[in-house]
Design a protein around this ligand. Structure first.
Ligand code: DGL
Length: 276
């Protein structure tokens, strides 16, 4: 147990929500949370000094998730959103056991994809760790009765392209085309973006996949889930509050600042932190 485990009695609606990812991927989720909850203060940690998570061991990812969660709890957050499929798979359970604040994770949008597909083939792009997780296996089992084929596609190297800020350059285009080819050959008409980095590539993926392919991610559903959870415990920010954002990175300040300007806005307040 940790002593940063804030007691429920001391939480107030004015407190911020903590959001984290291995890097800037979770900004795609932050965007949806901001749209859904304009009055909330949002703290975002990009653990860029340790990205990517997707090819690391689950023990490593769990330890990173604990370190970031401790940091956010010290910033007095009222809830934490794991804006990362990989960290949700490796650490959501552990974080929920250890801390009393609501911990909201996400999962690849396979369930919504079931009602979308006409060809009956759904492609799931995600990290190696997400696809290897017990959580993903359980999700597949839940969907096993449906008359669909789910084709997983690990995407090694893709997060690195996005962290480099290359959303449409030659190297990223070549890699995305290569990753989409087996999904197209399998007849997938629905693509699930099972990593929060990939929505940053949505225009490119849409262009290369073609107009008859539907692309889904989990951002909006998670944002609605955050609203529901906060409402249940009467911790939604008052409508008089004007939501602001603060950003931290454990990586290089200049590179994260550049990415924030590209993917969020150039007024973002960014601080470098050292996380153990
Ligand atoms: N954005 C993360 C996810 O949703 C992690 C990607 C990575 O660091 O490999 O899976």
């Amino acid at each position: 147990m940790t002593n940063s485990n804030t007691s429920i009695h001391h939480r107030s609606p004015q407190q911020p929500i903590g959001v984290f990812d291995s890097g800037i991927g979770g900004l795609s989720v932050l965007r949806d949370i901001r749209r859904e909850l304009p009055h909330e203060h949002l703290l975002y940690v990009a653990d860029s000094g340790h990205a990517p998570y997707g090819d690391k061991s689950s023990a490593f990812i769990a330890a990173r998730s604990v370190a970031v969660t401790e940091f956010l709890l010290n910033q007095n957050v009222k809830a934490i959103v794991i804006a990362c499929n990989t960290a949700t798979g490796a650490a959501a359970r552990l974080l929920r056991q250890r801390y009393s604040v609501p911990i909201i994770g996400l999962e690849p949008a396979i369930k919504p994809a079931l009602t979308c597909t006409r060809s009956g083939v759904i492609g799931v792009m995600a990290t190696q760790q997400t696809l290897a997780s017990a959580k993903f296996a359980a999700l597949l089992t839940e969907c096993a009765r449906q008359p669909v084929r789910i084709v997983p596609q690990a995407c090694p190297g893709l997060v690195e392209r996005i962290e480099a800020g290359d959303l449409n350059g030659a190297a990223t285009r070549t890699l995305v085309a290569k990753l989409l080819a087996p999904l197209r050959d399998a007849g997938a008409d629905t693509l699930v973006l099972g990593c929060t980095h990939y929505p940053h590539l949505r225009p490119l993926i849409a262009e290369l996949a073609g107009s008859n392919v539907t692309i889904l991610d989990s951002g909006a559903a998670v944002a609605r889930q955050v609203r529901r959870r906060l409402m249940e415990i009467a911790l939604l920010a008052p409508s008089s509050q004007c939501g602001q954002e603060w950003f931290w990175t454990s990586g290089e300040l200049a590179q994260t600042q550049k990415l924030l300007a590209q993917l969020w806005n150039n007024q973002a307040q960014l601080t470098r932190i050292h996380l153990p």
